[in-house]
Design a protein around this ligand. Structure first.
Ligand code: NAP
Length: 485
């Protein structure tokens, strides 16, 4: 087994089982955010290549939909095995293109494998119903069938696992896929095409196209052969894709942005809360949709929490993600660093106090210091905007009602967290929070067995859990009459 990421550094589209360049021959450079080095290129494809990928997926669908669930479960089991066999190589590739620490990349690839296994199992449980009929001579069946060609568009922050949640349930259901990975981190996405081929998934079932987001997205949403769009990314692009999909009334699943609150009540176990806060804030340098955006600490515990969070933040080891021991990698690009800097500037101008970090890291490039800002106020930008970087603003509140109101005062509704040891409060706050994911005394909660998805403008639909396959199935009602009973 080789750990050399070159093994999965495929610089081509996968269309109808063939590895191909863009029609124009044009390419886009991909770089390593830790070093700035060019890792390779990808095809700069557009509408035409996308249309061919959709047609290949449609053609393959005609036979793939007739395969048995057992066959599809076996293909997924094979993919699961291959991912685990190549876990280290895929993790190296992920850290190389995305920048996250190897420990996180290994975890993400492990999570991808877990999704594939979960859907190998769920494939066999897509039950329909036989419903008691109101007519003596008719019978009512409710059946589930694969819906057809699925378009999957994914972001740069989890380039492996975000596609796992889409490709695995699609194959489990008997659908075929055209995937468009993020341009900054394409290789972990293209690797899904390689894994599918190695596992013996028929040609055309998994297609991957890279290049112009607006052209590829335009064709995927316009083409009537595509029956579902599943997207993970920003709320802004998600809304655009919903609009574009309206003309052909596609099913849409949207995993969009967040503005996660993390509430620490006076009665919390403070050390547990700080440990959870570190994980919920700094994973992937704060660049995840479920990362804490706003810490809300109750008056009596406020000072202690800020002090401990600042101490732990100062200890984080910042560096190249591919070096063992690194706990925080670089930000994805210079634009991300400038955005973080401007949010800090805005906070300081409005009375925020930097108690840890606050500046670019001495390593240069796009490395940034883990930053804690005390005295956070509602008028500061991060109250409303997704930070997507290593800044931890801490707001102060007095009562439970105030905490719930502050937490819900956003158009987002993805992840939320709170720490308390009072059982009654656990239920009151849990029921008061308008969020799709709630961690109670836990800072990292994603798991394949549970439905992941946001409320409000954070999204539509669920990924994972037994719910995650439903969106890939058409439900049909069949009435069989004239039975002469
Ligand atoms: P993004 O800018 O929305 O990009 C996501 C994907 O959409 C990329 O593949 C991008 O392609 C593509 N895209 C951009 N414009 C498009 C268009 N007009 N038509 C079709 N596709 C288009 O998001 P990002 O910056 O990569 O990711 C960060 C965002 O994702 C954050 O808001 C984060 O909260 C969210 N996110 C949500 C979840 C969740 O599960 N809810 C998980 C992870 C991330 P290019 O790369 O070519 O631009």
């Amino acid at each position: 087994m080789s750990d050399n990421p070159e093994k999965f550094l495929k610089q081509a589209n996968l269309i109808a089982g063939e590895w191909v360049a863009a029609d124009s021959g044009e390419t886009i450079d991909v770089n390593n955010p830790a070093t700035g080095d060019i890792i390779g290129t990808i095809p700069n494809s557009g509408r035409e290549e996308t249309r061919r990928a959709i047609e290949a997926a449609q053609e393959s669908f005609e036979s793939f939909r007739k395969t048995s669930v057992l066959e599809r479960a076996q293909l997924l089991r094979k993919m699961h095995e291959l991912i685990l066999e190549n876990q280290e190589t895929l993790a190296q590739l992920l850290s190389m293109e995305q920048g996250k620490p190897l420990a996180e990349s290994r975890g993400e690839v492990g999570m991808s494998a877990a999704y594939v296994l979960w859907y190998a199992e769920e494939a066999r449980r897509t039950y329909g119903d036989v419903v008691p009929s109101p007519w003596a001579d008719r019978r009512i069946l409710v059946t589930k069938e694969p819906l057809g060609v699925v378009a999957a568009i994914t972001p740069w922050n989890f380039p492996s696992s975000m596609l796992a949640r889409k490709i695995a349930p699609a194959i489990a259901a008997g659908c075929t896929v055209v995937a468009k990975p993020a341009t900054q981190t394409p290789y972990s996405g293209i690797a899904w095409g390689m894994i599918a081929q190695m596992a013996g998934v028929p040609a055309g079932v998994v297609n991957v196209v890279t290049g112009s987001a607006s052209q590829i997205g335009g064709e995927l949403t316009k083409n009537p052969l595509v029956r579902k769009i599943t997207f993970t990314g920003s709320t802004e692009v998600g809304k655009l894709l919903i609009k574009q999909s309206a003309a052909t009334v596609k099913k849409v699943s949207m995993e969009l942005g967040g503005n996660a609150p993390f509430i620490i009540f006076d009665d919390a176990d403070i050390e547990r809360a700080v440990a959870g806060a570190m994980a919920a804030k700094y994973r992937n340098s704060g660049q995840t949709c479920v990362c804490t955006n706003r810490f809300l600490a109750q008056s009596k515990i406020y000072n202690k929490f800020v002090e401990r969070l600042a101490e732990e933040s100062d200890k984080l080891v910042v560096g190249n993600g591919r070096e063992e021991g690194t706990q925080q990698g670089p930000l994805i690009d210079e634009k991300a660093v400038e955005s973080v800097e401007s949010m800090i500037e805005d906070a300081v101008k409005n009375g925020g106090k930097i108690v840890a970090g606050g500046k670019r890291h001495e390593l240069g490039g796009t490395f940034f210091q883990p930053t804690v800002i005390a005295n956070a106020k509602p008028k500061m930008r991060f109250t409303r905007e997704e930070i997507f970087g290593p800044i931890a603003p801490v707001y102060r509140f007095k009562t439970e009602e105030e905490a719930i109101e502050l937490a819900n005062n956003t158009e987002f509704g993805l992840a939320s967290y709170f720490y308390t040891q009072d059982l009654g409060r656990v239920f009151r706050v849990m029921e008061g929070l308008k969020y799709g994911l709630i961690g109670v005394n836990e800072g990292i909660i994603t798991t394949v067995e549970a439905p992941f998805g946001g409320l409000k403008e954070s999204g539509l639909g669920k990924e994972g859990g037994h719910q995650g396959i439903e969106d890939y199935l058409d439900t049909k009602y069949v009435c069989i009459g004239g039975l002469g009973l």
